[in-house]
Write a protein that binds this ligand. Sequence first.
Ligand code: BTN
Length: 267
Amino acid sequence: MVLTPSQHPDWLHWLESCPSTNSWALSQLSQLPHGAVIFTPQQTAGRGQHGRVWQSPPGTLTASFVLHQIPVVQLPGLSLIAGLAVIVAIADCCPELSPVLGWKWPNDVLIERKKLAGILCESVTSSGKTDGSVVIGIGINRQTDFQPEEMPEVEVHDALYNRATSLHQWVVTVPDEFFILEKLRFYLLNYASLLSITDNDFQSTNALTNLLPELRKYDALLGQSITIELGGNLYSGEACGISDRGHLLLKLATGEIRPFVSGHILW
Ligand code: BTN
């Protein structure tokens, strides 16, 4: 379905072109209600995790989702939950992909080890307040043709063209953008409402714990030999799952199992 501006639902802000939907949402945050979605078919200066560039060749779905009143104690787990929302939304749109979808901690979505989608969660909190707002930026390779010559910054882009994949390579009929956006919004709001009803640290662990069994089913790192880069150091070992706090567990050569709160995974 191609929507004309007059048909856009209230929650959708359709921008013809925009440097970064996350930056736009952050700059307008106080005016945007809970559940607002910023979408552009032409993102010109997308931002990725770890300060990297996110290239958005034509056909890439780029959007940001605004959530308010998220308890501060829930913020660290939110990017994991966003990963689950992306997986479940894509599985809803393309049920035939369900068996091949994977999750690379903390929040990349893969098909057979190739990156299909990336997520950038950015939160805004004020001192003394127990809740904050979050902008969840999602980039999905929907109908993206990766041209090496069009991606001069491949080395700083996690979705190296030969390590990325796109929905159109897997399904006969690629779901339209609006359908995907609706599904993403539905699951993000749904999961956010689970988080909002909890308000202390004990319950926050439980809220994430409730969603983790579902997320763990997609864990593409489980049992793999991986290297984690953190603060300039490299840690190698075997990925052995996700703790109830959402930390990646790495079994080092010494046999020690070390939890990682953050880090960049190198296969
Ligand atoms: C990553 O994998 O490094 C995260 C990529 C996140 C990209 C999305 S596209 C929409 C939103 N706007 C941005 O500038 N970045 C996010």
